[in-house]
Design a protein around this ligand. Structure first.
Ligand SMILES: Cc1ncc(CN)c(N)n1
Length: 215
């Protein structure tokens, strides 16, 4: 079995809770209360900031140019269409400027930021791709089955699904999984344990992030 699949199975309960979360189900059927979506968007925009920093660090530490380029390309999507999605959604949902730039952080948001910065500062590529892989793979897993619902949804729900589904996004997740598989296979037993801890902590935080925004 691929190491990434083994890692996922090692925390399958939290994985399943995150990828079938009522927040995602209600987003996809259009019944998610707008106050919850606004809270989520404001928290997630701060998540994106540290995600970009972690991805930049992973690009720097990747073993070769072919390993670097897919993530570099994906950063362009985050800086472009994904960033524009947030701006358009903030406008449409009347999220105040102060909430857009400096919301009071919920505990899972600050814990996730700390984990991303810790992974970046560790200087270990395996730790970095463990966290990045979880963040995108969890989103592919919940969003992909929901794509048929998109047409009937307002853009602030529908585009959040399409940004995390489809052939291109699948290729991003496949890239992160194969980078994680390789880094894990090359690591010694103690480094493998550390990679596993990052992976499991990131899955737990994905679940807690939805819990906190949905509460
Ligand atoms: C918390 C979280 N995790 C993952 C993603 C996927 N881009 C996100 N936007 N926010």
């Amino acid at each position: 079995m691929r190491p990434s699949e083994d890692l996922k199975q090692s925390c399958i309960n939290n994985w399943s809770a995150a990828t079938t979360h009522p927040f995602c189900i209600e987003l996809a059927n259009g019944s998610l209360p707008l106050e919850k979506m606004k809270r989520y968007l404001a928290q997630d925009y701060t998540f994106i900031d540290n995600f970009v920093r972690l991805a930049a660090s992973a690009i720097h530490h990747a073993p070769s140019l072919p390993d670097r380029l897919p993530l570099a390309h994906f950063l362009g999507i985050i800086a472009g269409p994904e960033n524009t999605y947030f701006q358009r959604s903030f406008d449409m949902l009347n999220v105040p400027k102060s909430e857009q730039t400096s919301p009071e952080l919920l505990t899972p948001t600050s814990d996730f930021q700390a984990l991303m910065l810790k992974a970046a500062k560790s200087g270990e590529y395996g730790n970095m791709v463990a966290v990045l892989c979880v963040a995108e793979w969890v989103y592919l897993s919940w969003a992909e089955p929901m794509v048929d619902a998109v047409e009937a949804l307002p853009f602030y729900f529908g585009e959040w699904i399409t940004l995390h589904a489809g052939e291109y996004f699948e290729s991003v997740v496949e890239h992160l999984r194969s980078q994680l598989d390789t880094a894990y296979n090359k690591a010694d037993a103690s480094q493998q344990e550390t990679i596993k801890e990052y992976f499991q902590q990131a899955v737990l935080l994905e679940k807690q992030f939805f819990d906190a925004c949905y509460a």
